[in-house]
Design a protein. Structure first.
Length: 147
């Protein structure tokens, strides 16, 4: 599902309309009130939330695997503030191309906070990186796969 059902971009009513249309259960998009069964609405919202949680978990696993395999390259890229591995990790965080330069600069500026020591577990690197991303208002808003 990628980021299609990301709650940053859709309101619950929009999701309900979208799902009901794709399932053929609503007569028209404009009025959520047309849907009469609150039990059905509740079930759909629960299904969307579970699907979104699954997508987030899957993406976290991809990020972790990437950092484990590319640890040394990421250290070099973050220290320089540029590089294909740093860009690829930005992609895995869902950062659009328009903010990748800001992402790279943030990683370079906060290198010591992200990598306080060379021998770090990948999960700690990701945790430190996410802490720095959320401190940056632009990245916190634009990078959609940040917890």
């Amino acid at each position: 599902m990628g980021g299609f059902f990301d709650f940053k971009y859709f309101s619950i009513s929009a999701i309900i309309c979208l799902i009901f249309l794709s399932n053929g259960r609503a007569g028209w998009v404009g009025d959520v009130g047309f849907i009469s069964s609150t039990a059905t609405i509740s079930a759909v919202v629960s299904q969307v939330a579970e699907t979104t949680a699954d997508a987030i978990e899957s993406n976290k696993k991809q990020q972790l695997a990437f950092v484990e395999v590319n640890h040394n390259n990421l250290i070099m890229d973050m220290a320089r503030g540029e590089g294909e591995h740093l860009s690829a990790l930005a992609y895995l965080y869902g950062c659009p191309i328009e903010v990748r330069e800001e992402y790279a600069q943030m990683a370079q500026r906060n290198f010591k906070q992200i990598f306080p020591s060379y021998q770090m577990e990948s999960v700690n690197i990701l945790s430190n990186l996410e802490s720095e991303i959320v401190k940056n208002p632009l990245l916190a808003k634009e990078c959609k796969w940040v917890s």
